[in-house]
Design a protein. Structure first.
Length: 1278
């Protein structure tokens, strides 16, 4: 880009220009004041010559032409070094004026990213900022180390009305009238002088002025004197003011007073005078001055000899370094070189200027005149720029000048600012915006807050103009600028720059910066009196959960302060205090499905549907909903939700206080609309359909649009106080009164009785999915079809526990109440888990628990077969008696049994179906109930069963009981065998087990019993009093036995048996146990009213089980006289077939030579079953012999056995299922002693009946077994 066409190039052409000092008489100045202008103001618009086209020849012999030229007209009184503080006060109105103009823009919406990025550089840096930069640079005018502000010429002006004008010219240039800088030797007083006679046409004819001019020319010189006539206009009233000034308004000529005596001829005459003055006097004088100075410098400083001489002369001892270096008068060679360079720069001979600046830089550096050195470095950088030469050299010079100014200290700070402004404009011209912003930032650190703010704003605009735009740095520097503006009491500017930064911090994780911006913008808007906008911005920070408690208090107090200053309640859309979690929104409404509590609504519909498959009539299951029974005209609403008039529609939502401060939220209620026209269902609430909640609709309906329609519906209101950080779920109700369409629009609430917040529900439109795919729909239907009132049952289970011990058995009561005006009938109930809940029947009403479960004497053995129990609860469906109806306002109570079957967390679902007599489109309704139960471990029970080796069809049982609770104790009350086959009794050695009647916490005990088949001969022949299906486990409870064969124990046992194993016909050895216990509580003695627990253990079997049982029967002690003959003993082997099929059994005996011992140990490892030892009637029997018997005893040979089987060696029999047979055996004994007749073996095989099969893999299908020990003691008779 051509430097002359850049903004910096134009700025240099306008700012670094020749200065003309003006001296006027009072009468001349008064003549100009008649038109409301000073003399300098009158000439200033004509000081810029855009098409002067003047040839110029400086040091070079080749001339060039100036197309544009400007001179600066200043009064002699203004040629002085101005104090910085005074100069800053002159700059402040520039910012303040723009501050007032910024106020209307603050009422508009903040700019967005697209708008800001589309702005050109001229809009990002408005004219007032450029004016500010110029005013800031002009504060450095008339510096002693620079000469481009030194006057080039002096214009002396006298009025034609002055007496003795010639003497007036002499008086004007008197030394006392000249600036101090000329008298002190800093500026050269020998400058070009030009004389002007100013004639006011209103004061008299022009002839007077002509005579004065002639006298002046004869005295002062012909070419240096001019005449200028003004105020020749005849329209003194100013009627032609606009027309006469119009061509010159663009030049800056503006009459503030409105009276204009200058005619167009006067203006043209002024223009011609200034043209002549510049082209025929100023420029030629500067050319001549440049040539003279250049010759002088060439003679004294240029060339190798002069350079060596200059270095030798300057090489002297170091002197104390001063900030400005040594003083240089206008006559010094250094000052003359500086004048040469500045004059060349102003006449655009930049090469000549650069060569002289370089020459000076060496001298000033050697002299340690750092301020002057920085000045020539600054001008060198500008020369490089205007020559469009090395950018690197230009930036080096500017950097060197800038850092040198800063190194000087306070006296160079403002010079560093001007250097930085030149430098930044240079970088911006070359597109180096990022580097320019860094320069602006460095400059801002050296200036007061007001200047720093403007500079930081320019730095921010450079970041925005960078490629790519650096938005974060843009926003950050705007925030710094806004803070500086605020410190300088420029609040409009502070708000403006903060607003411009809002889009940078919108929707980003920099929450602290975002809070800072919005809070300060809102606070400053409030100070400016724009309360509504202030509240809008403060709303963005009142929910700042990340801030400290002190900051949150400050934000909230300021917010309520401005709200209260408005004098009315303020409606806010999407007020963030409290925060409503719309994702937690749940709408609870009832159609044919009703719920006992709000928690029941949270159960998935699939769970209820599976439970109600057999409960609801099949014709109803096929239809999608009740509207399928309606005419076709109504089926367009079949996808709509339905509610019933008079029944509340509940909306549950979670709200949270994000602050650490408690907040008062009152009047929380729903916003609803009601329409009696069903066609309203197809139309959306205006402007409420939002796309996923990402972008809210631009025109939200005002909350005032939705007024409460008390005739059609009633809404509830809720007042709460949310503690710091507290979350709470609230439930809001709306109860429609009449049929129609009810629309749920949103929620409103009042915060601290000052601000009304409202938020509309955001609904997603259902998206169409590809065929064969089902999309995840997160939509909420806000339109409900209201139908006329229906009968409704409410239900609950009294004293339903939430925690219970495993086995806990209770009698509860189900209460159903009809709240409508119509009766309901056809009541049915289905329970999800009958292991825990089983309905009672009408006979259970009024029973006293647990006494109702005790066994009566007349029904001691009351057996209930499994089949009947299973049929009673087939499908887990219970139908109330047909004659039961619940009338309007009546309550039905029905017994229901509870049993905590197994430990763990259990969910119980109950659905109650009922039909109604009212004429309605809905013929039935269901009441859904849901309970969560925690079942705690109580007693862990296990059984180990072993066959008895001494008694046929008898088992020895070990029951292990472990208390798994940490603190509870349980009393073992009763053990029962389920069914009619088995009987239980205590072991012969102990008639009771009172020592273990109570099982303490974390204790384990073992109890031993024997069980016997009721149908066995031995059991039939025994005392029936010792064999019962139930056995009490603690003393004094023989008459306190619970009947396990009747409901509910039999019902619950069936459920346990069904789930512990499939209900199939098994071997008769299978048996079930029921242990009934009571919780001991804190009392040392059990009470009859303690908590009852039943524990069911099903499908128990022996550890080792054989289909064939046998036992040896015969005498145990025999007295015989062996002196006469051997002893013959008759015994019988009783064999029982316990298999379900015919079995063949073979008995094989063998003669062995057992070793006779005085002490016999009958323990045989083969007879050990499950760790149990067979206990015979005599464990240790000693052989008894008397002296007499010994004398007659015959010593047998060692090769002869003491006894032999004498009847048969083998026998085979066929046994029918569940039958016994006796095999007679004889043994011949030859000597007294104790003998074990176990040397026989049984071999069996089960033969399945026709069509039946036997699993060969089981051990019981065939096998063999050694004989059981059978001891017989034979004594010698006396």
């Amino acid at each position: 880009m051509d430097p002359l066409r850049s903004y910096l190039g134009r700025l240099l052409l306008e700012e670094i220009t020749p200065v003309v000092m003006v001296l006027t008489t009072p009468l001349a100045e008064a003549a100009c004041r008649k038109s409301g202008l000073s003399f300098v103001d009158m000439l200033a618009p004509f000081s810029l010559f855009k098409k002067i086209d003047v040839p110029v020849r400086t040091a070079s012999e080749v001339p060039y032409r100036l197309q544009m030229f400007k001179i600066r007209m200043v009064y002699a009184s203004d040629v002085r070094k101005e104090d910085y503080e005074v100069a800053d006060e002159r700059i402040k109105p520039v910012v303040s004026e723009a501050n007032e103009k910024a106020l209307p823009d603050l009422l508009s919406d903040p700019p967005q990213l697209e708008d800001v990025l589309g702005k050109p550089e001229a809009e990002l840096c408005p004219l007032w900022i450029k004016k500010f930069n110029r005013e800031l640079m002009q504060t450095l005018s008339y510096s002693e180390h620079e000469t481009f502000d030194h006057p080039v010429a002096c214009l002396l002006v006298v009025s034609s009305m002055d007496k003795e004008p010639i003497s007036k010219f002499v008086d004007l240039f008197n030394t006392n009238q000249l600036p101090s800088l000329l008298n002190e030797g800093i500026m050269d007083p020998q400058i070009l002088k030009h004389y002007l006679v100013l004639h006011d046409q209103q004061e008299g004819p022009q002839d007077i002025a002509v005579n004065v001019l002639a006298e002046m020319r004869s005295t002062l010189g012909l070419n240096d004197c001019k005449l200028l006539c003004i105020n020749s206009s005849t329209e003194a009233d100013g009627s032609n003011t606009d027309n006469s000034w119009l061509p010159y308004k663009a030049l800056g000529l503006n009459n503030r007073e409105g009276t204009c005596l200058l005619s167009m001829d006067d203006l043209n005459e002024i223009k011609d005078f200034m043209q002549d003055f510049a082209s025929n006097h100023i420029i030629p004088y500067m050319e001549q001055k440049i040539r003279v100075l250049n010759q002088q410098v060439a003679t004294t400083r240029k060339g190798f000899r002069n350079q060596i001489k200059n270095l030798w002369w300057r090489k002297r001892d170091d002197v104390p370094e001063a900030p400005n270096g040594p003083m240089y008068t206008f006559t010094s060679i250094e000052s003359q070189i500086r004048v040469l360079g500045d004059f060349a720069f102003m006449l655009r001979d930049y090469e000549l200027a650069l060569s002289n600046y370089k020459l000076l830089a060496t001298d000033y550096k050697l002299d340690k005149a750092w301020k002057r050195f920085a000045g020539v470095q600054e001008m060198s950088g500008l020369c490089y720029f205007m020559l469009d030469q090395s950018r690197k050299d230009a930036e080096y010079c500017m950097e060197n000048a800038f850092s040198t100014y800063l190194r000087i200290g306070s006296s160079g700070q403002r010079n560093a600012t001007r250097c930085g402004l030149w430098w930044a404009e240079m970088l911006k011209t070359r597109g180096q915006y990022r580097e320019a912003s860094s320069v602006y930032f460095r400059v801002s650190n050296e200036e007061p807050s007001l200047h720093s703010a403007v500079l930081l704003e320019q730095a921010a605009s450079c970041y925005l103009l960078s490629s790519p735009p650096m938005l974060r740095k843009y926003g950050f520097h705007l925030i710094l600028a806004g803070n500086s503006y605020y410190m300088s009491d420029q609040k409009q500017h502070a708000v403006r720059v903060y607003r411009n930064a809002l889009f940078v911090y919108k929707q980003n994780p920099w929450s602290y910066i975002n809070d800072h911006v919005h809070f300060n913008v809102g606070r400053w808007y409030g100070v400016l009196g724009i309360i509504d906008v202030a509240i809008k911005h403060l709303l963005e920070v009142i929910a700042c959960s990340h801030q400290s408690l002190v900051t949150q208090n400050m934000f909230l107090n300021d917010f309520f302060h401005y709200v209260q200053s408005m004098g009315k309640k303020f409606d806010v859309y999407k007020l963030q205090l409290p925060v409503f979690n719309m994702s937690s929104l749940r709408v609870i409404h009832e159609d044919h499905r009703t719920y006992a509590s709000d928690a029941d609504v949270g159960v998935s519909e699939s769970t209820w549907h599976e439970l109600e498959e057999e409960l609801i009539p099949s014709s109803s299951v096929v239809r999608t909903n009740w509207l399928d029974t309606q005419p076709k005209s109504s089926r367009k609403y079949k996808d709509s939700s339905v509610c019933v008039a008079g029944e509340a529609v509940k909306v549950s939502v979670e709200l949270k206080n994000p602050l650490q401060i408690p907040v008062d939220v009152s009047g929380i209620s729903l916003i609803c609309q009601h329409s009696t026209n069903l066609d309203a269902l197809t139309s959306d609430v205006s402007g409420l359909t939002l796309d996923g909640g990402e972008d809210k609709v631009n025109t939200e309906p005002s909350v005032s649009v939705f007024e409460t329609d008390e005739e059609n519906f009633v809404v509830s209101k809720l007042d709460i106080i949310l503690g710091g950080g507290e979350s709470k779920r609230v439930q809001l109700d709306v109860t429609p009164k009449v049929e129609g369409i009810l629309k749920l629009v949103g929620i409103w609430w009042t915060l601290s009785n000052s601000v009304v917040g409202y938020q509309y529900f955001e609904f997603d439109a259902q998206k169409k999915n590809k065929k064969g795919k089902r999309g995840h729909r997160r939509s909420l239907n806000n339109s409900l079809v209201v139908i006329k009132g229906l009968p409704k049952l409410t239900g609950s289970i009294d004293r339903m526990p939430t925690k219970a011990f495993a086995g806990d058995l209770q009698l509860l009561k189900l209460n159903l109440r009809n709240h409508s005006e119509y009766a309901v009938k056809g009541i049915k109930m289905k329970i999800s888990n009958p292991r825990f809940l089983i309905p009672g029947d009408s006979s259970d009403i009024g029973l006293k628990f647990p006494h109702c479960l005790k066994k009566h004497m007349q029904s001691e053995i009351n057996l209930v077969p499994y089949k009947s129990t299973k049929e009673n609860f087939k499908g887990l469906l219970f139908a109330f008696p047909q004659d039961i109806e619940i009338q309007a306002g009546a309550t039905l109570s029905w017994p229901i049994w509870f049993h905590a079957a197994t430990p763990g967390n259990v969910s119980l679902y109950i659905s109650i179906y009922y039909e109604m007599e009212s004429s309605s489109d809905i013929k039935y309704r269901t009441l859904r109930m849901h309970y969560n139960l925690e079942v705690l471990p109580s007693l862990d029970i296990s059984f180990a069963i072993s066959m008895s080796s001494s008694i046929l069809q008898e088992y020895i049982v070990r029951m292990d009981v472990r208390n798994k609770t940490p603190s509870e104790s349980f009393v073992l009350h009763q053990l029962s065998c389920v069914g009619s086959k088995w009987a239980v009794s205590a072991l012969p050695s102990c008639s009771s087990i009172s020592s273990v009647e109570t099982v303490s916490a974390n204790q384990a005990v073992s109890c031993f019993f024997k069980i016997k088949d009721f149908e066995a001969d031995s059991c039939k022949e025994a005392d029936r009093g010792s064999y019962r299906t139930d056995m009490t486990l603690y003393p004094g409870s023989s008459g306190d036995v619970f009947d396990i064969a009747r409901s509910p124990l039999a019902d619950f046992h069936f459920q346990e048996r069904y789930r512990q194993g499939k209900l199939v016909k098994g071997p008769c050895s299978l048996l079930d146990f029921v242990l009934i216990s009571k919780a001991a509580g804190n009392s040392s003695e059990p009470s009859p009213d303690l908590q009852l627990l039943s524990h069911h253990t099903c499908h128990c079997s022996a550890l080792s089980q054989s289909p064939v049982w046998w036992i040896m029967e015969g005498p145990r002690t025999i007295t015989h006289d062996f002196s006469k003959s051997y002893c013959e003993v008759s015994i019988q082997l009783v064999i029982h077939n316990s298999a379900a099929h015919t079995s063949s059994v073979r008995v094989v005996t063998s003669d062995v030579m057992p070793e006779k011992s005085q002490t016999v140990h009958p323990h045989d490892p083969s007879s050990v079953q499950g760790g149990w030892y067979d206990v015979s009637l005599e464990n240790d029997i000693k052989a008894i012999s008397s002296a007499k018997g010994t004398q007659h005893e015959k010593q047998s040979s060692k090769s002869i056995s003491p006894y032999v089987w004498c009847s048969l060696s083998s026998a085979q029999i066929e046994l029918q299922p569940d039958s016994c047979a006796r095999v007679p055996l004889k043994v011949c004994i030859f000597a007294p002693g104790t003998y074990n007749f176990s040397n026989y073996e049984l071999q069996w095989k089960v033969h399945p009946s026709e069509g039946a099969q036997v699993d060969e893999s089981k051990n019981g299908s065939s096998g063999s077994g050694q004989g059981h020990p059978f001891y017989v003691t034979v004594l010698q008779s006396v």
